[in-house]
Design a protein around this ligand. Sequence first.
Ligand SMILES: [Zn+2]
Ligand SMILES: [Zn+2]
Length: 176
Amino acid sequence: MQYPTPRHLTNLLSINTQASNAHELEGKVACECGSEEFEVLFVGKRNEEKQRHFMQVVKLGGRWFLRVGARCVSCRREHLIFDSHFHGWNGYVCTDEQVQRIARPPFQEWRCQQCHSKTHKLTVSILGEDMEHAIGESDDALTEADWFEAFGWLIVETACTSCNLGPCRIVDYETM
Ligand SMILES: [Zn+2]
Ligand SMILES: [Zn+2]
């Protein structure tokens, strides 16, 4: 059995069954219109380490945010890939309703570190525990119907459609 797809990603991820297993779900981001090219949007801090650019949580107005979106270059629809206040372990199990009600800070656009183009192809990986472990750890906050919403790790990789740089791991984030 492969790790189930979190609800907010079901219409967005085209699952790579070869690369996926019980603890990891990998898929490319694909818009309902058929396009696989996106502008990457984010609320976070752009950081650089060993010539590798990636995003981390950012503190704005006394709150920590990490939010990732993808705007389809073909139909311009905006898709939400991750918001640390709603998705993954902390967002889903340790929910803070007060923080969820705060207006999200505006998105910034992610640009290729090499050619500064905005357009990318995207791969998302979700890593998580098995059902029994997840439900047990959650003090019964999770059930068989939704335990996979509390995934523990998110990875987002980009490939630039202009200069072909990639895969670049721009998000590597533990959600708990
Ligand atoms: Zn589209
Ligand atoms: Zn590029």
